[in-house]
Design a binder for this molecule. Sequence first.
Ligand code: URA
Length: 231
Amino acid sequence: MKRADAILSDSGIFTRSEAKKAIYEGRVFADGKKIVSPSEKINENAVFTVDGKEINTEKYVYLMMNKPQGYICENGSENSVLSLVPKEYYRKGLFTVGRLDKDTEGLLLITNDGDFAHAVASPKRNIRKLYFAELEREVTAEDIAAFANGFETKNGEKFLPALLEKGEGKTATVTVSEGKYHEVKRLFLLTGNRVLYLKRLKEGGLWLDTSLSPGETRAITDEEKELVFAE
Ligand code: URA
């Protein structure tokens, strides 16, 4: 049990004084019962509504976005992907789990749980990421073999083996597990090819929800969160 105003302010949705005001205005309900005083002790698992809309009072948030092109994975910029997240999450202190380039689309996880973000990015976990790419030229059997061997650049930088699969025409899918900066684009450049369009489809065992249109976000379930570590 916890004070009603504390639950609302800890959730990041309101400041303490905004929470008190909303309660005095009679706009806040817990499990269908109007809260009359900010000091009322409420079960933290109660379902809260403000103005009839259910709010998320959980400390940690885990979202999946279908990232659109033209947005960057950094906070504080007007074209940050975080500006596309629904307003109810604005005060949650969100950040992206890893990064996609400005012109890359697709599956992007967003959270305020540093441990989760760290675990997903950790090289020890080797979480595989699947991308769909449109390319300047068709993939050859030599390209597939080169990706499977991994690369070492002239300045000694190493790329771990990646699974390249030819798609229709000048398309391909590629699975990488490192998460280096511009990794997929650089891998194709190493075979004299160029990525024209890139979309992330899957992280670990979690697929992009294709019912999300570009720029749309939804919370992921606990099972989906586990799936990220499942493959
Ligand atoms: N690899 C890239 O080159 N770009 C991305 O956005 C993701 C992986």
